[in-house]
Design a protein around this ligand. Sequence first.
Ligand SMILES: [Zn+2]
Length: 138
Amino acid sequence: MEEIKSMINKIGKNITKTSKDIIKNTKLSMQLSSQEEKLKNIYIEIGKKVYEIYSYGGNIGEFFDEKYKEMLSIEKEIDIIKQKIAENKNSDNAYTNNQEVIDTRPNVSNVQECRICQACGQKNNINDKFCLKCGRIL
Ligand SMILES: [Zn+2]
């Protein structure tokens, strides 16, 4: 009974964790597209400005230095967001692997690989010679 209870608790916690990750990733993808949108707007601004400059016979200068700096900092933010999304995906995979282990254990391996003490009922490792709980020979 205790095992079943703790399994249910674990599964419940994992579901909460997974949905939190999904929300986190949704927020991050929204941040990502908003940053990409900013970048797009700067491209347009640059294009307009270049057009203006050339149509008035001017030359290229400070404006482009500033815009380039802005673009570099946005690109950095995009990298950070992408990294966070990748990290969340990795932790999802780890969670999936863990669950597989949890699911198969109680049914097969645990039952076959443990030695139950005749005196106290303690589950001991199959290789143990003495009971972990009461010390009797197994
Ligand atoms: Zn025992």
